[in-house]
Design a protein around this ligand. Structure first.
Ligand SMILES: O=C(O)c1ccccc1NCC(=O)[C@H](O)[C@H](O)COP(=O)(O)O
Length: 259
């Protein structure tokens, strides 16, 4: 039986084919990119949990989360809250986002921006760089080890940081030394169940050259503080903020409780 993730990837293949057909020219925008927003430096300079606050309108697991908020307003408040980076979901069909959300917010924030999407082709990496992203997400479960390596090298060549998302030890074996951030997803992308202990169990197995990030289903400051004490540096959080009428304010309130 097909999972949601299979459907997302199949749809992504159609979108990538369409992108190729449109014959985009990303080279100039890539050459003109500025390289002043490294999440690696940000994360090493703060001495508390680093929140990567996400702009997310809807999701396969929760349906519509927030259809009202404006990405610029939200992300400016995320910055005020002290987030170390922001994540912008650019998938339209399943998450209600778009690449124009990314291009829109770029001039209005100094935060490093993660393009949160399902990357299956190098052209999407070029598109991310040309549209203002500083970081891309690679999801180990939908890529081969070779693709993880090739896409990472390509992203690094054009000045992007790479967050590799894994869910178990088998996926962890696809990591290559050039990635910057290693994300452990607490959400099982097949069943959508959340298990924070997954982060803790896998943490010991992570090479200490990677910056460990705990992703998804995080809503409680005490859990984030505990995961930070255990060794996680960054925390990718979307729904906790986006389900509120004022997501930026929710982020401000949340980050005050981190230590
Ligand atoms: O969020 C989902 O339902 C989802 C389903 C299938 C694939 C990916 C999915 N989420 C993408 C994400 O990475 C999350 O938006 C991100 O980790 C933040 O999670 P949360 O704090 O639980 O909104």
């Amino acid at each position: 039986m097909k999972t949601i993730l299979d459907n997302i990837v199949n749809n992504k293949k159609r979108e990538v084919a369409e992108l190729y057909r449109s014959n985009p020219h990303f080279e100039k925008a890539i050459q003109e990119r500025s390289f002043d927003r490294s999440i690696v430096q940000h994360i090493e300079n703060i001495h508390k949990p680093g929140v990567i606050a996400e702009f997310k309108r809807q999701s396969p697991s929760k349906g519509v989360i927030n259809s009202q908020s404006n990405p610029i307003d939200v992300i400016q408040k995320y910055e005020k809250a002290g987030a170390i980076a922001t994540s912008v979901l650019t998938d339209h069909r399943f998450f209600g986002g778009s690449i124009s959300d990314l291009t829109q917010v770029r001039p209005h924030t100094n935060l490093p921006i993660l393009r949160k999407d399902f990357i299956i082709d190098k052209l999407q990496i070029d598109e991310a760089a040309a549209s203002g992203a500083d970081i891309i997400l690679l999801i180990a479960s939908i890529l081969t080890e070779k693709e993880v390596f090739d896409f990472t090298m390509h992203a690094k060549t054009i000045g992007l940081n790479v967050l590799l998302e894994v869910h178990d030890e088998i996926e962890l074996q696809k990591a290559c030394s050039e990635i910057d951030l290693l994300g452990i997803n607490n959400r099982d992308l097949k069943s959508f169940t959340i298990d924070y202990d997954r982060s803790l169990r896998l943490l010991d197995k992570i090479d200490n050259t990677f910056i460990p990030i705990s992703e998804s289903g995080l809503s409680c400051s005490s859990i984030v503080n505990d995961l930070y004490q255990a060794g996680f540096k960054g925390f990718l959080m979307g729904e906790k903020f986006m389900k509120e009428e004022d997501p930026g304010e929710a982020c401000i309130q949340f980050t005050r409780k981190l230590k």
